[in-house]
Ligand binder design. Structure first.
Ligand SMILES: Cc1ncc(COP(=O)(O)O)c(C=O)c1O
Length: 396
């Protein structure tokens, strides 16, 4: 039996984040390494009630159409398509098994081997690995505290005729915590039109704004069919239900639907209906407000503790929403070394190399902190321990 792994899989490493989560299964660790929403916010009672109702209907257990449960598609088109001006003439809405699948199906339909994908550097590891699996070249664009640097984007587009896609998380970015201002969104769209390149706008966090405000989606600014919007219920309902959506031009959603047939036939029928019940019957906005309020408090606490305790040579972002703060050590101090030091303190963070478009960039000096999962007590003591570990590492 030949045990040759395909070229597209051979170079993809397991997600460093998932590996770190194994270490932090040790309960004596304080973990700022998670990528999860807070389990305390899951609307468990409502989901239980809706699940029981849905399961009482045998149709929810039957095979279904690949585009997704029609009522949910309509509700998504209403809330997001109309509510946020994401659905334009010629667009369609399909339901996918989490935003991750939306990214994968878009990549499968758009990328030939050797095509290049522009990404923020750093970016979401699940998307980077997905593009790697299609043998795409990743072109990382540096970011500042507002996100992608558009002058650098223009240089990269000019230099690289193989660019097929711009992948961006413009609002409360993972891992950067940054939000791209309106002017830069307009400029990105202008460049996409100039070079006739699609933008894959991945936006699972935009509703988790601390003060309820966020710039308009890039998709909402576009009337030319150059933007694919990927959304998710993972962060506002629960990730375990695996329900997300794509709003994109129908020439693409129709192909993505064919690709989905080969991947998983359709998204879980029970949870598509449960998500529909949630949108129809639950006070979704009140629930999102609870999420925003908790995350604002936790992020505020973490930032205040950092301000008090962490060495001033370290810089960090001040997110307006989402789940993450991005930190940077001085340029000659790679964060992988800090992670080693922090094993003694029993604090886990994710080193920036995990989110780097170059997975071998061991010089990466950034790291990501998550504030949604640790308790307030863990945030206070954990930032103290992190500060100790940082001082020890910087003075080595
Ligand atoms: C930026 C980004 N996009 C997409 C996803 C995928 O989410 P899901 O597949 O659960 O919708 C995540 C998950 O953490 C994410 O951070």
């Amino acid at each position: 039996m030949s045990r040759t792994i395909t070229r597209r899989m051979a170079n993809v490493k397991p997600s460093a984040v998932r590996e770190i989560l194994k270490v932090t299964a040790d309960p004596s660790f304080i973990s700022f390494a998670a990528g999860n929403p807070s389990g305390d916010l899951f609307p468990v009672e409502a989901l239980r009630e809706y699940s029981l109702d849905v399961l009482a209907n045998p149709a929810s257990l039957q095979y279904s159409v690949t585009e997704g449960y029609q009522e949910l598609r309509d509700l998504v088109s209403e809330r997001y398509g109309r509510g946020y001006n994401l659905k334009k003439p010629g667009d369609d809405t399909i339901i996918v098994s989490g935003g991750q699948q939306g990214i994968d199906l878009a990549a499968r339909c758009l990328l030939e081997e050797g095509d290049a994908v522009i990404c923020e550097n750093p970016s979401f590891i699940g998307a980077l690995n997905c593009f790697r699996m299609y043998n795409a070249e990743l072109v990382g664009i540096p970011c500042d505290e507002y996100g992608m640097l558009l002058d650098e984007l223009e240089v990269a587009l000019e230099a690289n005729p193989r660019v097929k896609l711009i992948y961006t998380i413009p609002t409360f970015q993972n891992p950067g915590g940054t939000t791209l201002p309106l002017e830069r969104r307009r400029k990105m769209l202008e460049l996409a039109l100039k070079y006739d390149i699609m933008i894959l706008e991945d936006s699972p966090y935009f509703e988790l704004s601390f003060d309820g405000t966020f710039p308009p989606a890039i998709k909402s600014l576009d009337d030319s069919g150059h933007v694919i919007f990927v959304g998710s219920f993972s962060k506002i309902i629960a990730p375990g239900i695996r329900v997300g959506f794509v709003i994109a031009p129908d020439w693409l959603t129709s192909k993505m639907t064919v690709a989905k047939q080969g991947a998983d036939v359709h998204t879980n029928g029970v949870y598509m209906r449960v998500a529909a019940e949630f949108l129809k019957n639950y006070d979704v906005d009140a629930h999102i407000l609870r999420c925003r309020t908790l995350y604002k408090e936790k992020c505020g606490l973490m930032l205040a503790e950092m301000e008090k305790k962490i060495d001033k040579r370290v810089r960090w972002t001040k997110p307006g929403g989402g789940l993450f703060i991005w930190c940077e050590l001085p340029a000659d101090k790679p964060s992988a070394g800090l992670c080693e030091t922090l094993k003694q303190q029993k604090v886990a963070i994710v080193p920036g190399v995990a989110f780097d478009t170059d997975p071998d960039n061991l010089a990466n000096c950034g790291f990501r902190l998550n504030f949604s999962v640790p308790s307030n007590e863990q945030i206070i003591s954990g930032i103290g321990l992190l500060a100790e570990g940082i001082s020890e590492y910087l003075d080595k």
